[in-house]
Design a protein around this ligand. Structure first.
Ligand SMILES: Cc1cc2nc3c(=O)[nH]c(=O)nc-3n(C[C@H](O)[C@H](O)[C@H](O)COP(=O)(O)O)c2cc1C
Length: 193
């Protein structure tokens, strides 16, 4: 889990030119990830929903990329995750989910126009692809979804939905290796002639 978080969202490069640039009055955000990011703003945050992860209590965490630490937001997972994810059965088979959110407050600082939304989507896309590669290299199955109830997911990760908004959900685990959940198999049996 730690390696997947670090390789996908962690601070891979520091900001070696920070002092030199600061002397010339140029501000930098201070770190770079393994994926590119619009304006190097790192405007995508990662929230881990740990369902069944070794050595990690079930709960909701925020991943602090530049420090490589998890901050616990909530013990356990009280709300009905299935409802938030529109009853997509794959969610419950996962070992963990990672909610990606975009920090629009950061993006608007540099891009004060609607094109900021384009940057947000591209950043999320890059990080999702990197996650898929890294998780696959760790022999995990992956599942990605944009189908969820925004307000409920924002509440779960404690973001306001304006300055910061949930955008995409990534998941990993070992899964049942059957593309159909037991519920769907039952339904197919009941409805097939
Ligand atoms: C959506 C998006 C838009 C970008 N636009 C520009 C740009 O207009 N000019 C530029 O020099 N770099 C641009 N970049 C590259 C970023 O500045 C670069 O990824 C960031 O500084 C981090 O550097 P790195 O990818 O070498 O780690 C863009 C990257 C992304 C993902």
């Amino acid at each position: 889990m730690s390696d997947i978080l670090f390789t996908t969202f962690g601070k891979i490069h520091g900001d070696s030119h920070k002092t030199k640039l600061a002397k010339r009055g140029i501000l930098t955000v201070g770190y770079r990830r393994s994926s590119p990011s619009a304006g190097c703003l790192q405007a995508t945050e990662a929230y881990l929903i740990a369902l069944n992860v070794n050595n990690l209590e079930r709960g909701i965490y925020h991943y602090r990329s530049h420090q490589h630490i998890l901050t616990k937001l909530k013990d356990g997972i009280d709300p009905d995750l299935s409802q938030i994810l529109c009853h997509q059965s794959f969610a419950l088979d996962a070992s963990f989910l990672i909610v990606l959110s975009s920090r629009f407050d950061k993006l608007w600082w540099k891009y004060p126009h609607s094109r900021a939304y384009r940057s947000a989507l591209m950043d999320v896309g890059h990080l999702s692809q990197t996650f898929s590669l890294v998780a696959t290299a760790h022999k995990l199955n992956t599942w990605l979804t944009g189908y969820f109830i925004d307000d409920l997911l924002n509440d779960l990760i404690k973001v306001d939905g304006h300055k910061e908004h949930s955008m995409f959900v990534l998941a990993g685990g070992h899964g049942p290796m059957d593309p159909l959940s037991p519920g769907v198999v039952k339904l197919l049996k009941a409805t097939s002639p």
